[in-house]
Design a protein around this ligand. Structure first.
Ligand SMILES: O=C(O)c1ccccc1N[C@@H]1O[C@H](COP(=O)(O)O)[C@@H](O)[C@H]1O
Length: 218
């Protein structure tokens, strides 16, 4: 199965369009105002409208109020809601019920227990990111990818945290995720994507998939 790609931290329509041209599974918009990749409401709505039915559109929230998540999901046409803070299981369930979007619950992983703790979240996807104290995400830091294998794989796993064109092949070989998610590893400044690095990331994922298939056939 091909590894899906989510390009996250998009703020410009041209970067979203480039992601679609690379067959991206999803484009992520950071809707947490504390980020240098914050996507302003008008830009988010324009990207959401342009990508309608062409790719998944994820909104990334950190400890936002439920009504705020619901309102933004509707304005932008989010098909995925990524909860990257301390949101609990019932909050995630309410987001799914009220938005109709699929929910990605994030764990910032230090150890096995952080992966096991995700079992309480019956969301559509689980995303595993690096843990950096005081920074919810977009850190450019990796974590020990073999910890992904603590996950039961009872739902699709998205791997993120410091992925780049240079390391994503090793990450896929170690963790076999459903999807990979990249923000800082393909940009030239926060929120400004480097299209050559996006191309290289996509090519590295395809090459890793081809190696996996060859290994399975041998
Ligand atoms: O990118 C951000 O600024 C951000 C802020 C708050 C929460 C999540 C954020 N991004 C997410 O972080 C991970 C990893 O990013 P990176 O590739 O290590 O830069 C990714 O899931 C983004 O969706």
């Amino acid at each position: 199965m091909a590894t899906r790609i989510k390009y996250c931290g998009i703020t410009r329509l041209e970067d979203a369009e480039h992601a679609v041209s690379l067959d991206a599974w999803a484009v992520g918009l950071i809707l947490w105002p504390g980020s240098g990749r914050y996507c302003r409401p008008a830009d988010a709505a324009a990207i959401g409208a342009a990508l309608h039915r062409r790719a998944e559109v994820a909104g990334v929230f950190v400890n936002a109020h439920l009504d705020h998540v619901v309102a933004r999901a509707e304005e932008i046409g989010l098909t995925l809601v990524q909860l990257h803070g301390d949101e609990g299981p019932s909050f995630c369930t309410e987001v799914a019920r009220r938005t109709g979007a699929k929910v990605i619950k994030v764990a910032r992983v230090r150890n096995r227990a952080d992966v096991v703790a995700l079992r309480a979240f019956r969301t559509d996807y689980h995303l595993l990111d690096a843990y950096v104290a005081g920074r919810p995400g977009g850190t450019g830091e990796t974590f020990a990818w073999d910890l992904v294998n603590v996950h039961r794989r009872d739902r699709p796993v998205i791997l993120s945290g410091g992925l780049t064109p240079d390391n994503v092949g090793d990450a896929i070989a170690a963790a076999h995720p459903y999807a990979v998610d990249v923000a800082s590893g393909v940009e030239r400044a926060p929120g400004i994507k480097d299209h050559a690095r996006m191309d290289a990331f996509s090519a590295a994922v395809r090459a890793a998939d081809a190696r996996e298939q060859q290994g399975a056939a041998a």
